[in-house]
Design a binder for this molecule. Sequence first.
Ligand code: NAD
Length: 393
Amino acid sequence: MSGPEQSQITFGVLNETSHDESRVALTPDIVTRLARQGITCLMESCAGVRAGFRDEDYQRAGAAVTDRNTVLSKSQVLGFVNRPDTSLLSRIQNKTWIIGMLGSFSDQDYIKALDEAGLTGIAMERLPRQLSSAQSMDEMTSQNSVMGYKAALVAADAYGSFFPMMTTAAGTIRPAKVLVLGAGIAGLQAIGTAKRLGAVVTAYDVRPASRQEVESLGAKFLDLGLDFSKGQGEGGYARQLNSQEQAQQQAAVDAKAAGFDVVITTAKVPGGKPPRLLSAKGVANLHPGAVVVDCAASDLGGNVEGSQVGTTTTHEGVIMIGAPYLASGVATTASSLLARNVADVLVHFVRNGALSIKADDGIDQALVVTGTAESGARGSTDAASSEKKGHQQ
Ligand code: NAD
């Protein structure tokens, strides 16, 4: 990074538009941190309230708190938890930079809309997480950790018995048996939290390396009796299983899940549809009162057949919670982590006091999904537009 000297950059944050969202993309401590880099912060009034940060906290840290239109007209760069919807996009000034989870792997129409609006899109989901220089920008890791923690709490809350073993005058209550499917960032947090609550935890992941991580947390690794010794693909992530492997895996999970009281699923494949791990038949095998929390629930489908985003349903007594937004339920901490991630991405693009894109920088190449060489007044780029098109594939 060349440094922020004489930076004239204004970073704006709006109220998130989704009713389910309590997080905010900027916290007061980060306002101070950005000020040291010469970046001025503009907050829409009340944007931090649901995360526990008042307007006066931002003002005390040095941000200006104002109305939505002023943030939109004066900010060169806007930070989001959830991407702005297309009606908001139409209100954002040409050449503004947008930093957030933009859904660029699954929604090319949206990226096209960003491009047509003349906006520079910085897609946090594309971060090359394996680069050590990118680790403080890793929103997926920070938010998935929070989500995994909360998933265990949500499951414990919905479950009609204790997680820990409990000896009472009226008898001994056995501990809950929890199965965690997908033992990445979120899954490992769910395992740790469920164990701290006293449950007996078993976990499974398609990456062979995960066995050791699961066992190091004191959980048992579930052996499906299938050989996925090549379950790990590019960059250390899971690979998408072929349809035959998926069918075998699902049948095995359906059978093995039957003895558990709680199933928490967190399995994802970067840029791909979440794998279906538990079918409706597997859910029907669970006992009434069992709880399923599907953290991978999405409009494309989740890890569990029938799970619905943001909805709790009951299937023959089995409580099924479609819960991809759980990080929002720990809004203060989740926002603090996320704000640091977003700010570090922003600062990464500040060179010689201006926003710019470097064609030969690995983080720039990965994150920039739209943006033109003519972004002059609000930033500049030496990236060729052909590269930009490459990101949109
Ligand atoms: P993720 O959110 O993409 O996936 C969650 C988990 O689901 C992963 O562990 C994955 O293996 C698992 N999964 C996918 N398909 C599955 C299937 N069919 N059956 C069972 N499990 C399945 O990934 P994540 O949690 O963000 O991270 C995954 C791995 O990447 C972890 O090992 C993590 O340590 C590593 N990672 C490394 C870095 C880094 O190098 N800086 C950063 C972040 C994550």
